[in-house]
Ligand binder design. Structure first.
Ligand code: PGA
Length: 277
């Protein structure tokens, strides 16, 4: 975890919560997150119907609002769809793209994910691009091959600046909603691999600046261990984010880890200076 970047604690509500429930959630969250470390950024990826009201309800800069999907065209005759322009207009700073549920139930491909990412960047909404392997691919030792393909295809044509602004959400498909998260050491190794790829395709600076976060059965019991790795820039939480108190406990745990890390960094810097003198 690089302390110069904001550390993401993301909630993906999926197809849950009415407008009233969303407002109550955000009110409780705003109260609860006042004492969190200022390096934390909370992103709520919520249903389209709640975007406008919830964005207005949020008065704390630590909380950002995101959508869960977007159409790949900026406007046009696409009955029933929502464009990136509309999302920006409704207060979204972020938007999930290529979540495994969308890939599975709505046949979204890496090429489509790429188009959606581009159309979001055009209007200044940050794409949070989901990638990850199936259990079968993991079993065959093909995780890195899959991720390599996804990184190449999903970010094809992204400029250095667009890549730096993009968030990568690594979610092993088999870990989503199953209660079985990937092992912390494996998560770090995989994030390290993704970062190396960014360095090869873009530059060291781009690779360092791009935030790579982990999702898949993250909960209070396992979050501290998951975020230990140096390449973990945040966490994405589905089921455990639906209850605001549960989500807050996870955010508080991340905040504590970060402030401890800051303190030990300061001690190291001071010690370094003392040794030099
Ligand atoms: P989960 O979902 O935390 O319930 O596994 C994560 C996600 O789908 O983003």
């Amino acid at each position: 975890m690089d302390l110069r970047k904001k550390f993401i604690v993301l909630a993906n509500w999926k197809m849950h919560k009415t407008i009233r429930q969303s407002i109550n959630y955000v009110k409780a969250l705003s109260k609860g997150c006042q004492h969190l470390d200022n390096t934390i950024e909370i992103i709520l990826c919520i249903p389209f119907t709640a975007l406008v009201v919830v964005s207005k309800e949020v008065r704390i800069s630590m909380i950002s609002i995101g959508a869960q999907n977007v159409h790949e065209q900026i406007q046009g005759a696409y009955t029933g769809e929502i464009s990136s322009l509309m999302l920006a207009d409704a207060g979204s700073k972020y938007c999930l793209v290529g979540h495994s549920e969308r890939r599975h139930y709505f046949s979204e491909t890496d090429a489509l994910v790429n188009q959606k990412g581009r159309v979001l960047h055009k209007v200044g909404v940050t794409p949070i691009v989901c990638i990850g392997e199936t259990l079968n691919e993991k079993g065959k030792g093909l995780t890195f091959n899959k991720l390599e393909r996804q990184v190449i295809k999903c970010f094809d044509g992204f400029s250095f600046e667009e890549m730096t602004k993009t968030v990568i959400l690594y979610e092993p498909i088999w870990a989503i909603g199953t209660g079985k998260a990937e092992k912390p050491q494996q998560i770090q190794e995989t994030h390290g691999f993704i970062r190396q790829m960014l360095e090869k395709i873009y530059s060291k600076e781009t690779a360092l600046k791009t935030r790579i976060i982990y999702g898949g059965s993250v909960k209070f019991d396992n979050v501290a261990a998951i975020i230990e790795g140096k390449d973990i820039d945040g966490v994405g939480i589905g089921s455990a984010s639906l209850d605001v108190h549960n989500f807050l406990r996870i955010a508080q745990c991340c905040s504590l880890t970060i402030s401890n890390r800051k303190k030990s960094n300061t001690i190291l810097i001071v010690r370094g200076r003392q040794t030099k003198q």
